[in-house]
Ligand binder design. Structure first.
Ligand SMILES: Nc1ncnc2c1ncn2[C@@H]1O[C@H](COP(=O)(O)OP(=O)(O)O)[C@@H](O)[C@H]1O
Ligand SMILES: [Mg+2]
Length: 277
């Protein structure tokens, strides 16, 4: 049996607050196999971004741990690339240079030397995956929001991460652009077989893209409530699926979890913490 690519074991996160301690996450357990597409869904503030940050190594857990390829996560690393809702491209570099920089950083990390032509071939390969070769010489402020997210995805893919982490990557985009990028991401995943953990608020996005949907209960002490397997064949087509019974059934189950079993109740006392959407 192949070792799972990602294991969260009794993962917990407690934050010190004025009144003592705020338990954001408690006893989160999840095993992800290589090549799986997992969506993390739950109400705002339940702890989705915290889970992703802990996998990324951007924060360290107060309880439990994260294994990536059987190695304990102790900080950020190129084996776990992150795509955020708002792009994090370097504004003074071109689209080409932003992807090139990621490739150079990974090469340094892996102690590899890439020739100029190898580098160029790879940058163009990743830009082609997200259909952005035409804008390679543009700066981030010269392209649209959707295009910036494409470049962010190209840059993340260029790192050839074991796990690609995405925190509401399409959340700030209009519906049409979002649909295009969802299709692009499905096509890329079909080709590269990436392992992806994606946070989303969008039920249809979760059902369309995922192999499994991990549904989180509300905090404090949020945890995984239920996990749904989306056994719809691939490639998936949103138009065809709209009338598919199985699709509708899975969608219904997510909605029930979110709006019947775990309705968002505003706490009487907000924790003295930053409000995170
Ligand atoms: N640094 C922090 N200190 C205290 N509380 C925090 C901190 N970061 C996040 N939280 C709290 O943890 C909970 C989960 O936040 P987050 O993971 O951002 O939720 P989500 O991404 O699901 O919207 C929220 O109640 C938030 O206020
Ligand atoms: Mg969040």
């Amino acid at each position: 049996m192949q070792k799972p690519i990602l294991e969260l074991t009794q993962l917990g996160m407690r934050y010190p607050v004025a009144t003592g301690e705020f338990i954001a996450l408690k006893d989160v357990n999840l095993v992800v196999e290589k090549g799986e597409f997992i969506s993390l869904i739950g109400h705002s503030g339940c702890g989705k971004s915290t889970v992703l940050d802990l996998i990324a190594g951007l924060q360290m857990p107060t309880d439990g741990g994260v294994l990536v390829s059987n190695k304990e996560v102790s900080g950020p690393g190129p084996d776990r690339a992150v795509v955020f809702q708002h792009h994090a491209l370097l504004p003074w570099l071109t689209v080409y240079e932003n992807v090139e920089l990621a490739l150079k950083q990974v090469a340094i990390h892996q102690k590899k030397r890439l020739s100029k032509s190898e580098l160029e071939q790879q940058v163009m390969h990743y830009l082609a995956l997200v259909q952005m070769t035409h804008a390679s010489s543009k700066k981030p402020d010269e392209i649209s929001g959707g295009m910036k997210q494409r470049v962010g995805i190209a840059r993340a893919l260029a790192m050839q991460p074991n796990v690609l982490l995405m925190d509401e990557p399409f959340g700030a985009l209009d519906a049409l652009t979002r649909a295009h990028l969802q299709d692009a991401l499905m096509a890329i995943q079909a080709e590269l077989k990436n392992t992806i953990i994606m946070i989303t608020h969008d039920v249809d996005e979760a059902v369309l893209l995922s192999d499994r949907i991990v549904m989180m209960s509300n905090g404090p002490a949020a945890t995984i409530g239920e996990i749904l397997t989306v056994d719809l064949p691939r490639p998936r087509d949103r138009v065809v699926l709209a009338n598919n019974e199985r699709y509708q059934h899975v969608r219904q189950q997510v909605l029930q979890f979110l709006y019947e079993k775990h309705t968002k109740v505003e706490p009487l006392h907000q924790p003295a913490a930053k409000e995170v959407a």
